[in-house]
Design a protein around this ligand. Structure first.
Ligand code: NDP
Length: 446
């Protein structure tokens, strides 16, 4: 590792102890940005990198609620307001037992550069709780969301901080959160995105992250004169991002052969077609069941406690969670002929896995570029809320495709190497950084 990166990281680690995911996210960015900043001293003198690694504000709060048995439960709530140089804080809420300060800081840090890449005026933030919606009744989820928003409401607003969904926060949770915000503030505003269509939501928002990750893969493939048509793909996860990634791959003539959840994965060599995907959506979004039930229903193999990366495929779409592909799995993917990795999830590849992709010069779209479609359409939802005028499905999808194309061009502009290889990690980090850094320079030392 470059000694300048080492020095920088030593300070970050000392200041943010016991936050390995945050260190990992900052290091990945520092490795590409520090050499760039050396060439652009104005960023160095103003300590922009040091400043963007320090959240503007962190809010931590108690979330007490009563379960169906009449017992009091206590969770911890967080909101990280990371950077507001180019717009109000924007980023999702995650409800999952693994949520802690370090995980949310990594997500908020990534979000700042990602939001900048979309070209829309959005700063970066992230929040959530260690609450686990799995196994809870609708009533319990509502009680929790109401208590969570009773505190969060005083920190957010349509021009201040606009949360959205993430793992464990889908349409149901956004509904409960919005209802409580509206009740407390007595105003109907676009304070959250991912809302229902009847009450301020945008068409294509549920689809946006998954569709965007596939559009990004197609853009990368175009540079090689190739496409996903007729290709086998492995997808992990079976939530929002995985579902719409599968839908778009099917639409473009590809074949998805795996999906997973935290317990294991299913392998369906015939492909998860439209009808089978409808079954998954019902299973996951309504019945809230397990992916193993798919294997029983369709008579395919289920791999308990395993991840899908050992299955032979042309393209991989990690769409579950952070660090779900390690070095060995990255090597396995490549030795099985994988040419494209497009990250629907945030930081799903370990640093060692990323090194393997770059060493083999495959097309690798890091999350902050490849999954930016979700927040981009959240930005479009905010625009529609401000205009009080909804756009058609075609209009939003057209804008989403255009944004993904632009993000791809930005990555090519900043990430092209002399030998012609596009390092999308470098491209996304520098492309996202410049706009935020220039705004911070213009706004002085704040
Ligand atoms: P969902 O909650 O809808 O789905 C998450 C999926 O990932 C589920 O299948 C879940 O399985 C699985 N999963 C969650 N945690 C783990 C874990 N620790 N190990 C293995 N599997 C796990 O979330 P989303 O689809 O919204 O989010 C997926 C990823 O995409 C996340 O990294 C998120 O940050 C990222 N992302 C999401 C965006 C969005 O718009 N929703 C935008 C940009 C990025 P199980 O049900 O068993 O928990």
């Amino acid at each position: 590792m470059d000694s300048r990166v080492k020095q920088f990281m030593a300070k970050i680690e000392a200041k943010n102890p016991a936050e390995p995911e945050f260190h990992q996210a900052v290091m990945e960015v520092a490795e590409t940005l520090i050499p760039y900043i050396e060439e652009h001293p104005r960023y160095k003198h103003a300590k922009i990198l040091e400043r963007i690694a320090e959240p503007e504000r962190i809010i931590i709060f108690r979330v007490p609620w009563m379960n169906d048995k009449g017992e009091v439960e206590i969770n911890r709530g967080f909101r990280i307001e990371m950077n507001s140089a180019i717009g109000p804080y924007k980023g999702g809420l995650r409800f999952h037992p693994t949520v802690n300060l370090g995980v949310l800081k990594f997500l908020a840090f990534e979000q700042v550069l990602k939001n900048s890449l979309t070209t829309l005026p959005m700063g970066g933030g992230k929040g959530g709780s260690d609450f686990d919606p799995k196994g809870k009744s609708d009533n319990e989820v509502m009680k929790f969301c109401q208590s969570f928003m009773t505190e969060l409401n005083r920190h957010i607003g349509p021009n201040t901080d606009i949360p959205a969904g993430d793992i464990g926060v889908g349409g149901r949770e956004i509904g409960f959160l919005f209802g409580q915000y509206k009740r407390i503030k007595n105003e109907f505003t676009g304070v959250l995105t991912g809302k229902g269509l009847e009450w301020g939501g945008s068409l294509i928002r549920p689809e946006a992250t998954g569709y965007g990750a596939v559009y990004f893969a197609e853009e990368m493939l175009k540079t090689k004169g190739d496409s996903l048509k007729g290709k086998t793909c492995v997808v992990s996860g079976s939530g929002n991002v995985a579902q719409y990634t599968t839908e778009k791959i099917n639409e473009l003539g590809g074949k998805v052969v795996t999906l997973s959840d935290s317990a294991g994965f299913i392998y369906d060599p015939k492909g998860i077609d439209k009808e089978k995907l409808a079954y998954i959506m019902e299973l996951k979004n309504i019945k809230r069941g397990r992916i193993s039930e798919y294997a029983e229903r369709y008579g395919v193999e289920y791999f308990n406690g395993e991840r899908p990366w050992k299955i032979k495929a042309f393209a991989a779409f990690p769409s579950a969670t952070q660090n779900e592909i390690n070095e060995e799995e990255a090597r396995l993917l490549i030795s099985n002929g994988c040419k494209v990795v497009s990250e629907g999830a945030n930081m799903p590849s370990s640093p060692e896995a990323i090194e393997v992709y770059l060493e083999h010069k495959i097309l690798y779209g890091p999350g902050k570029a490849a999954n930016a479609g979700g927040v981009a359409v959240s930005g479009l939802e905010m625009t529609q809320n401000s205009m009080r005028l909804p756009w058609s499905r075609e209009e939003v999808d057209r804008r989403l495709q255009e944004i993904m194309k632009n993000i791809h061009s930005t990555c090519v502009k900043h990430g092209s190497e002399e030998n012609g290889y596009v390092n999308y990690v470098k491209g996304a980090n520098i492309g996202g950084f410049v706009k935020v850094a220039d705004a911070m320079l213009a706004q002085g030392i704040v």
